[in-house]
Design a protein around this ligand. Sequence first.
Ligand code: BTN
Length: 336
Amino acid sequence: MKKYNFNLLSLVDVLADGQYHDGTTIGAQLEVTRSAIWKAIKKLQNYGISIKSIKNKGYVLTEPLVLLDKNKIKKGVREGNILIDVVESLESTNDYLKDYKDAKQERICLAEHQTKGKGRLKRSWHSPFGQNIYLSFFYSFQKDVSELAGLSLLISLAVVKTLKQYYAQGEFLVKWPNDVVYKGKKLAGSLIELQAEANGLSYAIIGIGVNVNMMHAKNNQINQEWTSLREISKTYIDRNSLCVSLINNLVEYIRLFEVDGFSQFMKEWQKADYLQDKQITVKCMSNAIQGIAKGISPQGNLLLQLKDGVIKAFSSGDTSIIKKKNYCRELPKVNA
Ligand code: BTN
């Protein structure tokens, strides 16, 4: 008996060889009807996947595509007791976990597509189907929310470690507080949503977006300079193994952070600090303050040297590098 509903994963597995496959043969292979195959092809096309269809030849993927495979990911993750959901499409992986409350059970949500991907400061996060990593991690800390400063910095470091394991030549840097950049272009970001609970517990939803295979953004939907791991490494990346490394690194870093806080990661931050000694603007509330970035404090606050030489610490804000001609001239010289 042929099934009508089936997983897109198995269809994409068949098409992954880049050859033509006709609907009847695929249907027989996957034990589903030809019309179910046609519907699934349409679904992929509606998600923006480029599939050509030629009469008497069948369907062909015009770009490489490997979908997320929960079994492969689960197999690679070192800690077997983390719940992992892989969802085809949802609004936001962070929102998917927002009502989850089991302090004893860590949980991860990965999605192929987000319709309302959220960035920091109410920005949106471009989340096309099948191309990037959209991951959220529910973690319950035995700490007060006030002790979680530095968490977003640590997450960026875990992302950098993961990217370097993939492409060692890449100079992946962190831009305070939460960006991972390559040659100044954004490659990844994180959005952490915290909730204070009773008994000194804090729930964190750690959302991470990594541009993996994305080569174009439709209608210029990203309004900042960006890049992707594929563009940098010039190779198509199987996101399954990248997700495995990312999850393993996240778990390792979060566990260390939980025990000994952020200060143990200071050296790692300093090595990866994109802003160090650069002339920057920090936007915080409705203020924009210029100065020279002087690293971070052990709590993870950004240190900014103002024009009178005073160092000001920021616990939140948005940073950008000042292009030379826009910088106010009275700032003291930096001894780099
Ligand atoms: C930023 O740099 O502004 C943060 C981007 C965070 C995006 C990720 S994608 C997975 C998770 N779900 C969301 O809706 N946002 C985060």
